[in-house]
Design a protein around this ligand. Structure first.
Ligand SMILES: CC(C)(COP(=O)(O)OP(=O)(O)OC[C@H]1O[C@@H](n2cnc3c(N)ncnc32)[C@H](O)[C@@H]1OP(=O)(O)O)[C@@H](O)C(=O)NCCC(=O)NCCS
Length: 156
């Protein structure tokens, strides 16, 4: 469901700014085996991208990045600081990105998730995403490559 989501106590969401990048890079480094570089984040500051900052007491504790192409929203990255996980922050941020994508006239959101990333997949599936395919060798991995599950949620 993409409307009527509730905030999590103490957390707010605002637009992500370039000034947030040091904190973004730190959370990214703590969260992924193969983190995005600063250059990749900088390349996301485009008119067809939506960048969201999850904030607690003025400190960045998470972020989400969505690109829009035609009527499709693509969730490219979502991360919550390890110290803030498992208290509803990720779901709050995801629901915000979905609601905003709907506002931006997207008809669906798609994303890729590593086959081994059960926490994230569990979050997406519990929000109504469905698996629509797989991309073999999509991600770099410790040894070789890892496949992605492709998930989609159609707004209706
Ligand atoms: C995925 C992520 C954003 C979830 O953030 P979070 O704040 O912990 O999520 P929430 O507390 O809102 O939990 C929402 C749901 O996610 C799932 N989930 C989260 N962590 C989980 C874990 N360790 N094991 C299993 N399920 C988990 C559960 O379904 C949970 O619902 P529940 O609390 O009712 O069981 C966070 O784990 C993260 O930043 N991971 C690293 C980055 C990443 O993998 N991003 C996704 C890339 S596709």
């Amino acid at each position: 469901m993409v409307s009527g989501y509730q905030a999590v106590s103490g957390l707010t969401i605002r637009s992500l700014e370039r000034e947030d990048l040091p904190a973004v890079l730190e959370i990214e480094r703590l969260s992924h085996s193969h983190p995005w570089s600063e250059a990749v984040f900088l390349d996301c500051f485009r008119s067809n991208y939506r960048l969201w900052a999850l904030v607690r007491e003025d400190v960045l504790v998470g972020f989400a990045i969505v690109s829009h192409l035609h009527d499709e929203a693509h969730l490219l990255n979502i991360c919550v600081h390890p110290d803030v996980r498992r208290c509803g922050a990720g779901r709050y941020l995801l629901r915000h990105t979905l609601a905003q994508a709907l506002r931006d006239d997207a008809v669906c959101m798609i994303l890729e998730v590593r086959e081994s990333n059960d926490p994230a997949a569990s979050l997406y599936l519990s929000e109504g995403f469905e698996e629509i395919g797989r991309r073999p060798d999509y991600y770099p991995a410790g040894q070789g490559r890892e496949a992605a599950r492709v998930l989609a949620l159609t707004f209706s």
